[in-house]
Design a protein around this ligand. Sequence first.
Ligand code: CP
Length: 313
Amino acid sequence: TGGRVPGSLLRLSDFEPAALKRAVELAREMKRDPGGWLHSLRGAALGCIFEKPSTRTRVSLATAAHRLGMHSMVISRDDMQLVHGETWADTAQVLSSYLDAITLRTYEHTTVEQLAGRSSVPVVNALSDDHHPCQALADLLTLTEHFGTLAGLTVAFVGDGLSNTCNSFLEACASTGMHLTVATPPGHEPAASLLAEARATMAATGGSVTVTADPAEAVRTAQAVYAEVWVPMHKRHERAERAQRFAVYRVDRELLDRAAPGAVVLHCLPAVRGEEITSDVLDGPRSLVWRQAANRLPTAQAVLHTLVTAAQS
Ligand code: CP
C-alpha cells in the first residue's frame, strides 16, 4: 500500500518507491501469466510516437498493449502535422481525445514534458535524451529476479554518466536502496541536481551513489556491472572523439574479474560488440542482458496497465 501512481511516466522518479515496487511486482505476475490480462484494457487505444529508431521499446510496447486488449498504433513524427509546425501541445490535446495513453520517443526531455503538459491521458516517456524509465523498470525486474532483494545490493554503471540510461538507473537505485558507483570520464558525471535528488531519496531508502573516473574501482565490490554504449543516438557526430575518451570504460572479462565473485552483467542494448562490451561477456554465463531485453515486455505491460487503470478510475 502507499505510493501514488503518477499521471504520466516521464522519468522513473515519477513513481514513488512503493508504487515502483508494486509496478515491478505486477510485471513479475504478468510475466508468469502473460495471457491473464488479455481483456483488462479491452477497447482502449495506445499511440506510440517515435522520433528516433527503436527495436525493443517499439515492439515491447505494441505487444504489451496487445496483451492488455488495447489497440496500438505506431506513429512516426514525420507522418504528423508536427512537420508543418503544429505544436506538441496542440498535438497532445487532439491525440488525447482519441487515445487512452500516448508514448513518445524523442530528443529533448522538454518535448515529452510539453506533450504530457497538455495531454488528458497518461504519457509514457519511451526515451528522451535525459531519461529512459521503461528501460530502468526492466533493469529492476531483471535484478529482482536474480537477487531477490534489491535493497543493499552493490552495483556499478560503466560508461557515460550523463546518459539517459545512467540517469534512470540512478533513480532506480535511489528508489530501491541500492549502492551505485558510476565510472565515467571527467566531465561526464551525472548532473549535480540528479545526484542531489537521488541522495535525498537514498536517505530514506538506504542506498548510496559514488562517482569515479576509475572503472576498476567502481566494479571492485559490484554484484552487477552495467555496460553502456559510448555513443548515444543524439551524439553520433562525436563518435571518433568518444571512442578515445571512453576506451578504458569497456566491460570485458578482465574488468569483470575485478568485480564481486559471481557478478552479473547488464546492458540496455543495442550493443556495439567489442566497444563498450566484449562478445564473450555479452554472450557469457554472467550476462543477464538477454533476459533484461525480454523483460521490456512485462514491464511495458505493467506500466500501461498501472497508468491507464489509474487514469480511468
Ligand atoms: N534499450 C532500448 O531502448 O532499445 P531500443 O532503442 O531498441 O528501443
